[in-house]
Design a protein around this ligand. Structure first.
Ligand code: F6R
Length: 242
């Protein structure tokens, strides 16, 4: 495990973008595992800027995202597909046919998850998987208690997540109650993992994940067993690790 300390969010975003772009430069047809959430937004903006300057070429890159809400189409501005288009794919020369996100509109969960595992297998495997981390140590939608050996599966969102999301929708019926997520097994199969974390709200989860016991109660703690883990975090997230 290697830990890089960034000064602040911008510094973390730039350092993470440097690591991701090195992967693309060294392997132009790299398969990147991508994440949504607020943490990677700055990193995606930096990658898009380097693309505009002519320093990066995404034309042969393939991407697979960690997760998607069940029931949302890619046009819905709350979907993770929409997020990826808006934050990265619309700004670089990636072939969108090679950008994969679980199919939120597939109602048959088993089918959706099996299809996504197949998509991942057909890419030949993820070269670099980007991860954010939840304040409770979750990765993807693998919440505390998730089995380490799962591949892509359907999760029930917690009451608090459903309530928190309600403000983005016109009615409670439209709020997604489930999501499709890569499982820990898919995540651990990536050749390299890049975990990014910023802000004091992540300090406890980050410390427990990197130095605490490896337990399903802290899903990210399994990353201690990954042979090629890079962590980029700001001073607040590193907390007592520094
Ligand atoms: C997103 C994802 C989530 C986030 C995590 C942190 O695709 O899988 O696990 O990485 O919830 O989210 P932020 O970055 O918003 O703090």
């Amino acid at each position: 495990m290697v830990i890089y300390a960034g000064k602040d969010y911008q510094d973390v975003s730039r350092k993470a973008a440097n690591i991701m772009s090195a992967q693309i430069i060294m392997k132009p047809d790299a398969v990147l595992g991508l994440a949504t959430g607020s943490t990677p937004v700055g990193m995606y903006a930096q990658l898009a800027e380097w693309y505009r300057k002519g320093d990066l070429d995404f034309s042969k890159v393939t991407t697979v995202n960690l997760d998607e809400y069940k029931g949302l189409s890619g046009d819905n501005d709350q979907s993770y597909r929409y997020f990826m288009n808006r934050n990265l794919f619309d700004h670089v020369n990636i072939d969108k046919a090679r950008t994969f996100v679980p199919d939120g509109l597939e109602e048959d969960s088993e089918k959706a998850c099996a299809q996504y595992n197949e998509v991942i297998r057909e890419t030949g495997g993820v070269d670099m998987q980007l991860l954010g981390i939840g304040g409770n140590g979750h990765i993807g939608f693998n919440e505390p208690g998730s089995a380490f050996e799962k591949e892509t599966h359907c999760v029930d969102l917690t009451e608090s997540t459903i309530r928190a999301n309600a403000r983005f929708f016109d009615s409670m019926d439209e709020v997604p109650k489930q999501a499709y997520t890569m499982g820990i097994k898919n995540i651990m199969a990536a050749k390299k993992i890049l975990l990014i974390a910023t802000g004091a709200g992540k300090a406890e989860a980050l410390y427990n994940s990197l130095y605490g016991p490896i337990t399903p109660n802290v899903p990210a703690s399994i990353l201690q067993l990954h042979p090629d883990l890079t962590v980029v975090a700001d001073e607040e997230a590193l907390g007592i690790i520094r």
